[in-house]
Write a protein that binds this ligand. Structure first.
Ligand code: TRP
Length: 352
């Protein structure tokens, strides 16, 4: 049997996952487990690049992400689920990779440019933000992953990882595969206001939302604004309810599309049936969250075990990297005797 390819991908733990995450990524990840050895990363260091002033949110948000991943079929028996900060080797590799990339190269990254614009002032951009893609490269390379399933917005980051792998291999000998982005083919998932579903727009339908909340969200959505009476011909291509229908039940979407164009089905009844589809599709998420309420330890146990397994792989890669970069264990007593501290007063402050 040919060796399986290896995947690393992940999310920043920013809270509950929503329908956009499910249709865009989680369904794909769950399927990829059949064909790849998978590492799924909860990137909590990355959250701190923008949110370091709110550490109190991290724990709950990490838990929410993990629960939604598990409910979506990410399987800790087959895949490794890990917490970034539990494998601090990511940070050391990022430090080392940072030596081989220029500041102007990182300043060209579109995400960084966007952040600069939002901040308004270049002075407020942190080193962490600039180095975000370097840390992401370390996440990928430390597992020697060859495939990185991500959305379009992450492609520039994967490109940095590819460049760093090439640069490292060129300097120190073949060490890392050049990772490839694997783009998901999911259509844009509209949020409740018609814009792309995004946590920061507050237009999301979260996966474990209570049933009545899902129904209310769908009923409150704007369909085809040109349609006043149910018998007016509709334009399904502009209607977010159709986008949901297509994603959730493609087999029945075609005929309903035609009926809408002919003015034979009203928006209210279409919303009712799509709301039912959605409630049904999200049922496993509600059930899983309810089941796991009060079982905190089981959840952390999964993350702990995954992180330990990941750490063994990460440590092996990092020790190879350290040797190649001339950082062999110089401080081992047999390699270098400790200097004599005689005559120094170490009782007080050791450092200036
Ligand atoms: N930057 C990714 C996001 O915001 C999260 C992430 C961190 C990631 N490290 C990664 C994704 C490595 C893929 C590979 O969604």
């Amino acid at each position: 049997m040919p060796a399986k390819g290896r995947i690393l991908t992940g999310h920043r733990p920013t809270g509950r996952r929503h329908l956009g995450h499910l249709l865009g990524t989680l369904e794909t990840w769950a399927r990829l487990q059949d064909d790849y050895e998978c590492f799924f990363l909860i990137a909590n260091y990355h959250v701190l690049t923008t949110d370091y002033e709110h550490p109190e949110r991290l724990r709950a948000n990490t838990r929410e992400v993990l629960l939604d991943w598990l409910a979506a079929g990410i399987d800790p028996q087959r895949s490794t689920i890990l917490l970034q900060s539990a494998v601090p080797e990511h940070a050391e590799l990022a430090l080392l990779l940072g030596m081989m990339v220029t500041v102007p190269r990182l300043e060209r990254n579109p995400t960084y440019k966007e952040q600069l614009q939002q901040l308004g002032m270049a002075e407020r951009a942190s080193l962490g933000m600039l180095a975000y893609p370097v840390l992401q490269a370390a996440d990928i390379l430390i597992y020697r992953a060859d495939t990185v399933p991500v959305g379009e917005d992450q492609v520039p980051h994967v490109e940095v990882a590819r460049e760093l792998a090439r640069r490292f291999n060129g300097l120190y000998g073949s060490t890392f595969p050049e990772p490839q982005a694997l783009l998901s083919r999911t259509p844009r998932v509209p949020g409740t206001d018609g814009r792309t579903m995004h946590t920061s727009y507050r237009n999301e339908i979260t996966l474990a939302a209570p049933e009545d909340e899902v129904v209310r969200a769908v009923q409150g959505m704007i369909t085809d604004p040109a349609r006043i009476h149910p018998s007016d011909p509709g334009h399904p291509e502009v209607c977010p309810i159709f986008a949901y229908h297509e994603a959730l039940q493609p087999a029945t979407a075609g005929p309903v599309t035609e009926a809408c164009r002919r003015g034979e089905i009203g928006c209210v009844s279409h919303k009712d049936s799509v709301a039912r589809m959605l409630v049904e599709r999200l049922e496993p998420f509600r059930r899983f969250h309810a089941q796991m309420a009060g079982h905190e330890d089981d959840v952390w146990d999964i993350l702990q075990r995954g992180s330990l397994r990941a750490r063994a792989v990460a440590q092996a890669t990092l020790s190879d990297v350290r040797v190649r970069m001339g950082l062999t264990d110089l401080m081992a007593p047999e390699a270098m005797p400790l200097p004599s501290w005689e005559g120094l007063d170490l009782s007080g402050k050791v450092c200036c």
